[in-house]
Design a binder for this molecule. Structure first.
Ligand code: SF4
Ligand code: SF4
Length: 220
């Protein structure tokens, strides 16, 4: 089976939120609901308003569940409701969730929210369109196919020929909150523009190559 992950060429993001709208449409989430499945974080000089952004001091990060190899949400759940499926996607047995919310507290990425769409509420997050697009046999996620900048790479990390692995073999990358020990499967590509890279990558961030990272991500 597959081992899905996603990479972002975040240097190209124009903050259009097309990905977010597509995600909400795919998953039946109302527009305007923030921090549901995916969101865009504006970093740097964020004091300016939308029409007055200083392009040299603001950048945009694509945020969503990292579908970790070692998910802290899973470890924290007393009901053992959270599991990793055959495609390496962190899922939940919805009916087992009793909203203790230990998973939400444990997640270092603030990726979970309470899904109150149905009678039985449960904690939810990005599952790479597993129940919608992937279940229909499609190979893309709604956010990836919609992004006009084509900066999202999604695919099977176990498949050397997949677009995402080919990209990770070409470009160095970093992950978020590496010290949390979750081994995230979202990869942020080091910008080609060296000035932009210097401005946007935090001091002390470890830069990875796929050669050394793949043993961690693909071994389990
Ligand atoms: Fe769990 Fe958070 Fe990792 Fe997603 S990012 S798998 S919610 S610990
Ligand atoms: Fe950024 Fe692409 Fe999302 Fe637009 S659709 S906000 S360019 S990631």
């Amino acid at each position: 089976m597959a081992n899905y992950g996603m990479a972002f060429d975040y240097e190209l993001c124009i903050d259009c939120h097309a990905c977010e709208v597509a995600c909400k449409e795919e998953n039946g989430i109302a527009l305007g609901m923030d921090h549901r499945r995916l969101w865009i974080e504006k970093e740097g000089n964020t004091k300016n308003d939308f029409w007055n952004i200083d392009k040299n001091s603001v950048f945009f990060m694509q945020m969503q569940c990292q579908n970790c190899v070692k998910p802290l949400c899973l470890e924290a759940c007393p009901r053992k409701a959270i599991y990793i499926d055959e495609n390496g996607i962190v899922r939940i047995h919805e009916e087992k969730c009793d909203l203790f919310l230990y998973c939400m507290e444990a997640c270092p990425y603030d990726a979970r929210y309470i899904n109150d769409k149905y009678k039985h509420h449960f904690t939810d997050k990005c599952i790479f369109c597993a129940d919608t697009r992937l279940a229909r046999g499609e190979t893309t996620t709604a956010c990836q196919i919609t992004c006009p900048a084509k900066l999202r790479y999604f695919g099977d990390l176990n498949d050397e020929k997949s677009e995402i692995v080919q990209m990770l073999e070409k470009r160095d990358f970093f992950v978020l909150k590496e010290n949390a020990g979750t081994i995230p499967k979202l990869f942020y590509l080091v910008p080609k523009d060296k000035d932009f890279a210097n401005k946007t990558i935090k001091m002390g961030t470890k830069i990875h190559t796929w050669k050394e990272m793949k043993t961690k991500v693909c071994s389990s």
